[in-house]
Structures are given as C-alpha cells and as structure tokens.
Design a protein around this ligand. Structure first.
Ligand code: ABN
Ligand code: CU
Length: 740
C-alpha cells in the first residue's frame, strides 16, 4: 500500500480529553496517545484491510523550528526581531504492525479542532524494522523458555525450564535470515531463585527467535577456546564465521557443553547475606541530608523551566528519553538563544569477541529499544536527593494504551563545589569565594544488564554539560574451566566479561544568537620559528589557528587530533565580542571522552554506526515533512545492514551544501572503551563520560560575577574543634570565609 489520501477522524471526547498543552514541543499526553491510537485503529478498520494492529511507538511530530521560535518570540538572528508567529498544527506519528502479516506501517496524524485525523499512512519498505518494544523483550523470554529444543539443551547443563531467562537483544546482523523477518537473539541465563543475579549464570547457546511468529527459529553455539601451548590459543571450531542454518542439529551430539557457574553473585543485601553469612552492611556512615529550607530556586510551568537566567523546555520521548529544547539565557535582560535542541541521539555498544555469534552483540540501545521506554521510575531519597521535581513520561504499548512512568525525569539543584574564588594574599587583603550551584535534569535507563544515567547540567557561568554515567551489570558469557579468554576477562570463576565500547552520539542543534551558526576548528600549535630565532628566541611561543568549517561534504566529518590539541567551537560569525573581537561562541570540550571505533572500518558495526568513525559531524539541518535530521544511524535501526540512507554518514556526503553561517546540527561522538575489571563485578561502580559546552567570547565577562558569596549557616566544624587554629571551640558557622 502506498501513501493514502483519505482521512479518518476520531473525536477526542469519550474520555480521551486532551490535557493542557502549553508549548508546541510538549510531548503527547497519555490521553493524546490513547486518542491517536484509537484514531489509527478506526482508520485502518474503515479504510484498509489491516485487521490486527500492534502499536510500536507513538510520539509528537515536532513542528518546524522557525514556527516554534516565532511562537515563543525567540529571535532567529542577532538583530533581535522574532519572526511573525503562524498557526502551529499539533501532529503525532506512530509506527505499528499488522500482526497478521508482519508488515510495519507509519501513520502521521494532525489535531484539528481537537480532533485527530490521519494525514498519511504508509507501509514501511520491507526489512524496515521499528524498535524492539518492552513487550517484545518479555515475550522473547517466554518463547525461549517454552521451546522444547531450548529446554532440552538447558537440561543437558542442569537447568530446568523455569530457570531459563533471556535478554532478547535485537539480532544485530545476521545475513542468514531474510531482512523481512523480525528477529531477536536471546542471550540466555539461568536463575536459581526469585531475585538471583541471573547474569552470574550464563548459558552456552544463543537461540534466535522470530518475534512476530513467537518461535525459536535457530540456535547458535559459540565455539570455545583451547590452550595450544606457548601462549597460543586455538578455537574449537575452524572459523569465526556463522555456520550455515542447515548445520543446526538438535540435540547437539558430541558437543562439549559448558554448564553455567552456580555460585551466586548477588547485589541485594538479603541475598548477599544468604550466600555469605559473614556479609554485613557497613555501619559507619552518618546521615548526610540535602536540605533546602526555602525550597528550590527554579520554577516550572508545565514543561518550561526557569532557573538562574536559564530557560528551557524539558520533554520526554520513548526514544531519546530527555530532550531539552529552546534553551535561552537572560543576559542582563537580553534573552539570548543558545541551543534549539539537545539530546543523546544514539549509542552503539560493540563487543570485541570475534567468535560467532558474539559479533552480533552491538547494541544500539537508543535506536533499537528506546532509552525513554527503558527509563526507570525514579524514587525520592535514593535516585534523587534534596527537593525534587519529577516529570512524567508516556509511551505506547502494543494495545495502543499509554504506559506512564510517573517520575521519569528528575529536576533538582546541587552544590557543585567552588564556582570561583580569589584571595588577595597581601596582609589585610580580602577574599571572595562563590560556590557553584548547578541544575540537573536527569534520567536513569535499564537496558537489560546495564544502567545508563543521563545528566544534563546547567551552571551559573553559562556552562552546559552533558554527562553519561554507566553502571549496572556486565554483559557476560560462560567460560569453561581453564579456557583462555583472549577477548575478555574472567571477573569471577566461569564468567567471561567481553571487552567492549560504549559510544554515544550527542546531537546538538545550536542557535547561538540566531540560527545562522558555524563551527570553528582550532589547533594550538607551537611557532614554526625555531628557538633562538628573533621571532621565538626562548622557543616557548604557541598560537591558535582557527578555521571555519565550510562545506558539508569536505568538512562535515572531523577527527579529533591530540597532537594539535584540536578543539571545536560553535559560533555566530555575525556577532563579535566587544573586547576579543572574536565571534560569539560556545567551545565543545570532550573532557577525555573521545575514542576511536576499534572495529574495522568495514566491520558490521562500523557499517551500521557510521557516526562512530568520527568525533564531530556537522550537517545542515534540513527539516523534511517527517521532521529534522534526528538520528545518526537512521530512524529505523533494528536489523539495518549497511549504512542507512538517513544516517549522518550519508547526510555529509549529500550535496555540496555550505555549513558556514547556516542552520546546522552537530553530532558529537564520545564514550569509553570498557576493559572490564573484577571490581566491576557483580555490579559496576559508575563510570562517567561527559561533554562540556563553555561560552567563549559569548558573554562580556564572567557571567557569574553576580552570584552571591556563600554563607552556609549550617556548615560546622566536624569535631567541634577549630582545627585551623589548633583550638577547641564550639562548632562555628562559616560566614566570614567567603567574603571578607
Ligand atoms: N543492551 C541491549 C538491550 C537493551 C535493552 C533490552 C535488551 C537488550
Ligand atoms: Cu561497559
């Protein structure tokens, strides 16, 4: 079926009342999701031969950038005049399956006079797979647990059917199956009691399921390694290549099986104590409360937050989780646009073990599962300390009803150490200390074994930071006793944690003092003139060489370069700083988070995750009818083979458009190569990566000079002792140190 022109209407009454929408980027409310899916159901029943619908996703289709900025009165150029607002029609988009034949569809709906209407309905091209849903993950586990072949294989290593558990990953890449088949690979584990850490008991085979048919269609057996002497190892199979499907013999006669390790490795205190009666929680931690006696310093109106000169719209969606939009800064009364939109748009987690089927392990957690759908219900006093404001989020379930996560986005303030300080060291000199308060917008996602924490920080000196924290449980595979593990490390007996990378793509849609922005690449280089020369006699001279990135095709994909301390800044070339004469800009600091993709350039993962090849991508923001360029590995990620047409690698190559003084979008690649440690087991302490955006010639001077010096009347000497003076005094409060 092609695009359909007829429209169907469903009135939003009958309990589908729309909650108040105050901002054009407000996400669909649960009522709206319900109304949209009901509209689609009626439409398909009345106008198509689709008879059984399973919804996959449903979200706001954002209006155009210029329309939103005009509606909010945000200027699009340094001249300061906002454009004339036009009517914004609220739109929604949903992907769904016809469960009878497995075809996937995309519908776009518009809300007119409080009534949703189907504007277009298209069958997705064969092989296009929308994300794996929460329900499919649960279903996959049930399918493998009930499969007689899986049960028989599990029994051979002492595992009963009710003890079989599975993480139903997207297939990754497997040419042996047709693209049209919706597939999941079930990474198997045994669980021996209700809340046992199942990752402590990995199984040695990997079923593949057809998600729509609900059937196990194949089982793969990773080969194991043998010691060959003199440090050499040998694979138990002759190749790391996938075996032909015809070679799938059940039961596996003569195959050396590796039973799962039985030792528990738990993280819940009662279970840890059960396993080891000497286990005891430490009892020497005194309470530490975050107290805000006068409440918070931010205000929220719906999804719009105002804090310390910052203003932004905070939204949830099923895919990126947090999306921050229309970020402005009030600079002495002038509302200055900074970023139109910020999100973590994609991530890839490729594992480094080449034995088949381990190479299929490269998760695109955002595009394949949706970080929003995987987000946690946060809880006060443990995930979030202090005075907290939560925002809810809603995603669609197969039935079409909205699933609400009440506390999905956490908004709060934190002390962030010293913001700035100076002491005049001369006798009688005065000093001033100003502490940094930051605003945090955060979310926690559980992607099967791992958790990811997204933290967006806003500071009083104009800095913005996006930090990703990783914790949770390592993805592991079983190792035979004495089996060498060249691509991983044994974190506990029989448990091999494969090496892997976490590679994130941060999408930055800038609007520094308007939409026409550029990227300046700087290299910091020593002077060419030799030591002893008249230009550089002591040999110490270095300069900064700036170059504006000009053409998308030539400059749109950039490598980091340590040798020249390469750095990038987003600039508005139409406005310069009164003193430095430099264009107003924000510098991008990747704080030790740049990394090379370790898989080969023509590897499966590299072909699907073109964004991971380069540290910086700059493309023109071209808003099509289905919205802007949002996802660097394509809109539909599961089961792509080769680089999708709508990926950042393809956009850069497209046309010879200018990226200088244009409406541009950046994708920053950052992450970490994770060589697991036993200390990452059974649960990994958090690891951080972050990118910082720092104003450079953007403000007249330090914009935080007006932050008051701190006088925290509740800070006291730890032991009732004035340690600095070597005197015992009563606990004193710390008023004088900050400004005297
Ligand atoms: N990390 C892959 C994944 C994510 C979510 C659910 C299952 C598997
Ligand atoms: Cu890791």
């Amino acid at each position: 079926m092609g695009a359909l022109s007829t429209t169907s209407t469903v009135h939003v009454s009958n309990g589908y009342k729309r909650a108040k929408v105050e901002h054009p980027l407000d996400p669909l409310t649960p009522d709206e999701i319900n109304a949209v899916t009901l509209t689609i159901r009626r439409y398909t029943a009345e106008h198509t031969d689709i008879r059984a619908v399973n919804f996959n996703n449903c979200a706001l289709l954002p209006p155009s950038k210029r329309a939103v900025l005009a509606a909010l009165g945000i200027p699009v150029s340094p001249s300061g005049k906002p454009e004339t607002p036009s009517t914004i029609i609220r739109k929604a988009e949903s992907d769904f399956f016809d469960v009878l034949n497995g075809f996937a569809y995309n519908a776009v709906l518009a809300l007119e006079d409080e009534v949703w209407k189907v504007e277009s309905l298209q069958r997705l091209p064969e092989g296009t797979q929308p994300q794996i849903t929460v329900e499919e993950l649960i279903h996959c586990e049930t399918v493998v647990r009930n499969d007689p072949k899986v049960q028989a294989l599990a029994k051979q290593v002492g595992v009963e059917p009710h003890q079989i558990f599975a993480d139903g990953w997207a297939i990754g890449w497997d040419d042996r199956f047709p693209k049209s088949q919706r597939l999941q690979q079930a990474l198997l584990f045994a669980r021996y009691s209700q809340h046992d850490n199942l990752y402590a008991h990995p199984l040695d085979f990997v079923p593949v399921i057809d998600s729509l048919a609900g059937k196990v269609i194949h089982i793969d057996f990773p080969p194991s390694w043998r010691e060959k002497g003199e440090g050499r190892v040998e694979l138990s199979m002759s190749t790391t290549q996938p075996q032909p499907l015809s070679d799938n013999s059940f039961p596996v006669a003569n195959r050396a099986r590796i039973p799962p390790p039985l030792t528990p490795h738990d993280f819940l205190p009662d279970l840890m104590e059960k396993a080891d009666p000497t286990y005891k929680e430490r009892d020497d931690l005194k309470p530490l409360h975050v107290v805000q006696p006068e409440g918070v310093s931010f205000t929220m109106k719906g999804h719009v937050l105002e804090w310390q000169k910052w203003n932004m719209h905070i939204a949830y969606n099923h895919r990126e989780g947090i999306v921050l939009s229309t970020i402005t800064y009030n600079d002495h009364g002038e509302i200055r646009p900074i970023f139109y939109r910020l999100s973590i748009a994609e991530m890839a987690v490729p594992y480094g073990a080449p034995e088949y089927p381990h190479p299929r392990k490269f998760a695109f957690d955002s595009g394949e599962y949706g970080m929003g759908s995987m987000a946690n219900e946060l809880s006060l006093g443990c995930d979030c300390l202090g005075k907290i404001h939560y925002l809810p989020g809603a995603y669609v379930t197969h039935s079409g009803t909205a699933h609400v996560i009440k506390n999905v986005i956490c908004i709060h303030e934190e002390d962030a150490g010293v913001l700035w300080k100076h002491s005049d060291f001369r006798p009688g000199g005065r000093s001033r200390t100003v502490r940094s308060r930051r605003l945090v917008v955060s979310m926690v996602c559980t992607v099967a074994n791992y958790e990811y924490i997204w933290n967006y920080y806003f500071y009083q000196d104009g800095n913005i930071e996006i930090e990703i924290r990783m914790t949770g449980i390592l993805q592991v595979y079983v190792a035979g006793s004495d089996e060498p593990t060249p691509y991983g490390i044994i974190v506990a007996p029989g448990i091999n944690a494969h090496y892997h990378q976490h590679i994130f793509s941060v999408r930055v849609d800038p609007m520094l003092d308007g939409l026409q922005n550029s990227v300046i690449e700087s290299e910091i280089v020593g002077l060419d003139a030799p030591t002893g020369s008249s230009e550089n006699f002591a040999g110490n001279g270095f300069v900064i060489k700036d170059r504006v990135l000009k053409s998308q095709v030539e400059d749109g994909a950039r490598d980091f370069d340590w040798a020249n301390e390469r750095r990038w800044r987003i600039a508005n070339l139409n406005k310069t700083h009164y003193a430095s004469g430099k264009p107003v800009s924000y510098t991008i600091m990747m704080k030790g988070a740049v990394l090379p993709l370790l898989a080969k350039p023509d590897s499966w993962v590299a072909r699907r995750a073109s964004f991971a090849h380069k540290q910086l991508w700059v493309v023109r923001d071209e808003e099509g009818p289905k919205g802007p360029r949002l996802f660097p590995s394509g809109k539909y990620v599961p089961q792509t083979r080769e680089e999708p047409k709508d990926s950042v690698g393809k956009w850069v190559k497209e046309g010879n458009g200018s990226i200088e003084n244009e409406d541009i979008v950046l994708f920053l690649t950052l992450g970490t190569t994770h060589i697991p440690r036993p200390e990452d087991w059974p649960v990994m302490p958090v690891e951080h990566v972050s990118v910082l955006f720092k104003p450079s010639s953007f403000f007249t001077n330090n914009p935080s000079m007006d932050v008051p010096g701190t006088k925290d009347s509740r800070s006291q000497s730890a032991f009732g002792t004035d340690i600095a003076n070597g005197q015992h005094t009563n606990a004193t409060n710390g008023t004088a140190c900050c400004a005297n």
